[in-house]
Structures are given as C-alpha cells and as structure tokens.
Design a protein around this ligand. Structure first.
Ligand code: TXA
Ligand code: MG
Length: 346
C-alpha cells in the first residue's frame, strides 16, 4: 500500500476532504491531535475498525476511543449523557479528556472490544476537527504507533511505524501536549484510568472527588483485572533499556551518574534524559535535556520524541522521576511503563 502524505497547512482543503473520503470508504488516516497522532477509521464500521488493529498489531482486547467534532454527538454514542459528563464537556471539550460511559447500540463491538462502555473525546486540534467533519462520522482512533512503541508526536514518527500500512498521513507538525488524553470513566465513581493533560486537580474542581486507578503507577498484580485493558499491555518501549531514578533532584542525579558509570564500564552506550535543574550534574556524559522539572508539561511534550530519538542508538536510557502531581502524574505513568517499572531509588 502507498501511504500518501498531505501537509495539513499548505494542503488544508484538499488534504482533509480527501482524507475524509478515505475514512468513509473504510480506509485508514493518521492525523494530528493536540495530544499525539491518531490512526483513524470510520468508528461506525466494524470492518474498517478491524483494519486499525491489523495495521498496529494491536491486541484485540484493547478498546478504542471515538473522536467527535461536537459535544452533542455523544448523545448517539452513549445510552444517555450523565449530568457530570455535561459539566466536564463544558469545562474541557474540545481538549485532552476522554470520557467513558455505557454505549448505545450503534457502536460496533470492534470499537469497544466487546465491552458495554465506549470512550469518547472531542479533540481540540483544528485538523482533527476538520477531518471528523469531512468524514461525517465519529472516528475511532488509537495512537498511530505500532503496538508497544512510543506514541507518535510528529508525522515523521507516524511514518517510522506506519509507512506502507495505512492510506493517508495528515502532517500537522508537532503535538502540543505530547502524551495521550486523560481517560476518565463515569461508570460508577469517576475514576482516572490514564492520566493526561487534564489533571485530577482540574477535574475535581468541576465534579468533586475523582479516584485514580491503582494501575496508573504500578504494574497489575497477578490475577488483577485491568479497569482499562490498555493498562495490562507493554507500552511505549523504545529499542533500549529504560531506567528511572527517583528521589529529590540531587539524589536522582547522583544515582544516574553512578549507574551510568557502571553501565559504561560494561561497554554499554548510555544517554541521560536530563532537565534544566540537573543540567550541570551530567558533566562529560551523553545528556539530552528534555524539559523543566518545575513544568512537568514540558517533560510530557518531549518524552515520546526523546524515547524515539535514542531508540536503537543507545543500550540504556536513564530518566528522572518527578513528583506524581498535576501533569507529573501523566509523565510518570508513561515513563514507568516505558521502563517496564525499573526504578532506582538507592
Ligand atoms: O490522546 C489520545 O487519547 C489519543 C489520540 C489519538 O486521541 N488516543 C489514544 O488512544 O491514546 P489509545 O487507543 O492509544 O488509548 C486508549 C486508551 C487505552 O488505554 C484503552 O484501553 C482505553 O483508552 N479505553 C478505551 N475504551 C475503553 C473502555 N470502554 N473502557 C476502559 N478503557 C478504555
Ligand atoms: Mg496508544
């Protein structure tokens, strides 16, 4: 299959109209959102949705998010719209918040992996909204990476994984948030299944107490059922070992310096994903400054790109843990998974 690439700015009209027709015809289109690039298909067409799973090599039991272009579209996709959902949509849509509720009959089982709930989100990115409108249907879309790899935050990343496997890529430049949307289930007590750009603190201001699924920051225990099937699969893994150091910044830097030396002595190539605060600690070492510890959003924006940048080029990637609050929770959730939960704290 030949993958066509359109620049979402210079070929705006042609690109999105053409891609909308491809979606309607059952094809696959990768498109930018404010979080990461999505791999879209017609969300009401079970066969088209199956092609997403094939292209990604995605486990069949992992459900997809339906993307809509206006809030009122959820009425058709959910059995009804609960009051707290209305308040959350008014506060955070369009934006990086995915809401889960009981599905209606028009949602195919291929989207929900057989669950009776469906995840819906209205993205903020103009190209994403234009594509959904052009397609005229809700678009089912996971992140546009091969299953298990870091999510793509540029069209270049999408092509690394998907060239020749999908019909179209809309290139809209780099994604602003850099990690996937917050996933919140409204079935039972509101619970964050995956942290993201809309933080627990922000959600609680609108609907009161919000729980965080325990699987967000630790691996599932044997026999434990995942609230979100996506949490049990290996994720975000580059072709290199990832090691996370935790503690205060000085302690983190000293752990990394020590371990880096040990790995290097064993002949391993290493890189440190450092921060503005620890820049001066990694003298003479291979260091890639990815953001500011005081602004965990800056770390979120760069994490996946940095993992891809060093994938296959080094043996070991060291990264710094941050406080698990605000956007730091999303950062740690992705980083710990990329590391297979390998943590050093002395
Ligand atoms: O920002 C995002 O959310 C991106 C962009 C493209 O919108 N999409 C994305 O999709 O990250 P994906 O498929 O990579 O992640 C969807 C997550 C998975 O962890 C999945 O298990 C969970 O949402 N999920 C989807 N439907 C669910 C459901 N009905 N119940 C529980 N978890 C669900
Ligand atoms: Mg994904």
């Amino acid at each position: 299959m030949n993958t066509e690439v359109f620049n979402a700015k210079t070929q705006k009209e042609n690109g999105t109209q053409y891609a909308g027709r491809v979606i309607r015809a059952g094809g696959l289109v990768a498109f930018p959102t404010e979080t990461v690039y999505g791999l879209g298909a017609n969300g009401l067409d079970g066969e088209a949705v199956e092609r997403i799973f094939e292209a990604k090599g995605r486990p069949q039991d992992n459900p997809l998010i339906l993307h809509v272009a206006k809030k009122s579209d959820v009425k058709d996709l959910w059995r009804h719209v609960p009051d707290c959902a209305k308040r959350l949509m008014d506060a955070f849509w369009p934006g990086p918040l995915t809401l889960i509720f009981v599905k209606s009959d028009i949602v195919p089982d291929e989207v929900t992996a057989g669950l009776d709930t469906v995840a819906v989100r209205m993205p903020e990115h103009k190209t994403a909204l234009a594509l959904i409108r052009a397609a005229g249907v809700p678009i089912a879309a996971p992140s546009a990476n091969l299953s298990g790899r870091p999510s793509p935050t540029t069209a270049e990343h999408v092509l690394q994984d998907m060239d020749g496997r999908i019909d179209v890529v809309l290139d809209g430049g780099a994604c602003e948030v850099g990690v996937e949307s917050t996933v919140l289930t409204l079935v039972g007590r509101p619970t964050i299944l995956r942290p993201g750009g809309i933080t627990r603190e922000m959600l609680e201001q609108v609907i009161g107490p919000v729980e965080v699924s325990p699987a967000v920051l630790r691996p599932l225990k044997e026999g434990e059922v995942a609230a979100s099937p996506g949490m049990k699969h290996r994720h975000y893994a580059p072709d290199a070992e990832v090691i996370v150091a935790v503690g205060n910044p000085r302690k983190i830097a000293s752990i990394i310096c020590r371990e880096y030396e040990i790995e290097e002595a064993m002949g391993k190539n290493c890189v440190v994903l450092g921060t503005e605060q620890t820049r001066s600690c990694y003298h003479g070492m291979n260091c890639d400054i990815i953001g500011d510890r005081e602004e965990p959003g800056s770390l979120c924006r760069e994490l996946f790109a940095a993992l891809r940048r060093w994938s296959g080029r080094v043996d070991v990637i060291f990264a710094e843990g941050v406080e698990e609050a605000d956007q730091g929770l999303a950062y740690m959730n992705r980083l710990l998974r990329a590391a297979g939960f390998t943590v050093l704290d002395e």
